[in-house]
Design a protein around this ligand. Structure first.
Ligand code: EPZ
Length: 439
């Protein structure tokens, strides 16, 4: 049953919360465990999220054993595993495509349905496949599935047309067992990729990265057991910092790496926010109404596209105008119409949104279209006058561990209720004598 969030806005958030482990680090690292041939990867600080459960189910379907322990998990991978991924699981989550590289490198073949697009764009995996082909894989698309085989991947020089996060991760994992040296150029440089490389090195992989987008991998024969920690989730942490700013509260997020969120902190200071930045914690202080600012989303270390909806919610209430340019995804503005239902004044022009700040948002019934759009609507609801109902919050549970609990601990009035799909239709049906629900 889908659930919805009921929020009563206008309450400044106050308090301290702990950042979860990074979803976008844990997912590739879990996929990397498949490179083990009869070994175990022990991970700590793995977030408790729907996407993590989906990835664990996918690993189990291939023959791995995944057991949870306090704030972490053990992934045991036997000598023999399957290379055929179950369509139902792959279609649930795009990040399933991260098993392509490990399975091909380890089994010499993989069959996987092409991941679907989603509300933020078509999201192809052409760069992943092009790189694997460069390493000697033969790849066929058969009825919407990728059939890839190789007699043994070979080290190659691969230039990525776009610094794709997933393609970078897949190709690094594939290169771990390739014969000879692989040089990847124009790679993504997100902190989650550094975490993946650290963990692969701890398992015996030979990987060098100089932070300039060049990664060199020397192929090895085998990896050994690993014990590692997932880095903090910079996107989740910033979501709560933005919620603090939007409600004019005082929120501290602990267990973060401030250097990973420089772009957001700089943008908030430019808008007039007051911040305290510590070793592993950031505090946003009551900063009153911020000034409009402009930004363009870019691959790391640029402003992250995964914070674009959330900062848009904040800037919709700023003094003056803001322009947000989305350069990473084709169409990541489905949250605009929902924010406008709450009184925001946002106009989409191509891949930019023009925001005219308003003094106040008004609570409304809105729907999440993806994970970060959902988070943006929660931020708007926390700041708005009156009550807001955010539907389709399954998206939110995919990436935010215990959001309701964390927000309540900061003083928010928020509750999760079952959504019987009542879109106000039942009253109309009742009045017209129709039964409330028909099958
Ligand atoms: C990762 O997705 C993240 N997901 C996304 O986070 C994030 O938004 C994205 O990187 C960008 O930072 C995970 O790490 C699990 P990309 P990914 O490949 O790897 C195009 C969230 O909310 N592209 O860097 O799929 C693509 O269409 C999620 O946590 C190709 O054209 O992102 C997109 O426009 C949402 N061909 C752009 O590149 C390819 O082969 C960036 O995609 C691959 C990508």
């Amino acid at each position: 049953m889908e659930s919805k969030l009921k929020i009563t806005g206008g309450v400044p958030l106050n308090g301290t919360i702990e950042a979860q482990g990074a979803k976008n680090a844990a997912l590739p690292v879990m996929a990397a465990a498949l490179l083990l041939k009869d070994g175990t990867l022990r991970l700590s600080r793995v977030p408790d999220l729907l996407d993590i459960t989906t990835m664990a189910d996918l690993l189990r379907s291939l023959g791995a054993t995944v057991t949870y322990h306090e704030h972490g998990m053990d992934i045991a991978v036997p000598e023999q595993i399957s290379w055929e991924t179950p369509p139902d699981l792959v279609r649930k989550m795009r990040a399933s495509s991260l098993v392509l590289g490990p399975l091909l490198a380890r089994c010499g073949r993989v069959v996987m349905p092409l991941p679907g697009g989603c509300s933020i764009g078509s999201r192809p995996i052409d760069l992943h496949l092009k790189g694997l082909a460069r390493m000697g894989a033969s790849i066929e698309l058969v009825h919407g599935s990728v059939h890839a085989t190789t007699k043994g991947l070979k080290g190659s020089r691969i230039y990525l047309d776009f610094p794709s996060v997933g393609a970078t991760e897949n190709l690094i994992m594939a290169a771990v067992y390739a014969k000879g040296e692989t040089v990847l150029e124009n790679t993504a440089r997100e902190p989650e990729i550094l975490n993946l490389m650290e963990i692969l090195r701890s398992m015996g992989a030979s990987i060098e990265a100089d932070g300039t987008g060049v990664v060199r991998v020397q192929g090895v024969q085998e990896l050994h057991d690993g014990v590692s920690a997932i880095i903090p989730d910079r996107i989740e942490a910033c979501t709560y910092i933005l919620a603090g700013a939007a409600t004019n509260g005082e929120v501290t997020v602990r267990g973060v790496v401030p250097a990973h969120i420089d772009s957001l902190l700089a943008k908030l200071e430019e808008a007039g926010a007051s911040l305290t930045i510590g070793q592993d914690a950031v505090t946003i202080h009551p900063s009153g109404r911020l000034k409009g600012v402009s930004l363009k989303t870019l691959p790391y270390p640029g402003f992250p596209t995964d914070l674009q909806p959330q900062i848009m919610a904040l800037l919709s209430m700023a003094e003056g105008a803001s322009i947000i340019q989305e350069s990473v995804f084709q169409s990541r503005f489905l949250h605009v119409s929902e924010l406008n239902k709450m009184g925001a004044k946002i106009d989409i022009q191509g891949n930019s949104s023009i925001i005219t700040g308003v003094g106040e948002l008004a609570g409304a019934d809105v729907a999440a279209t993806d994970l970060r759009a959902g988070a943006a609507l929660v931020i708007a609801g926390l700041a708005a006058k009156g009550n807001t109902c955010v539907r389709n919050t399954g998206h939110i549970r995919r990436g935010y561990e215990n959001m309701v609990g964390k927000l309540r601990s900061l003083g928010a009035t928020i509750e999760a209720v079952e959504d019987e799909g009542d879109d106000g239709d039942s009253e109309r049906r009742e009045k017209s004598g129709l039964p409330r629900h028909t099958s």
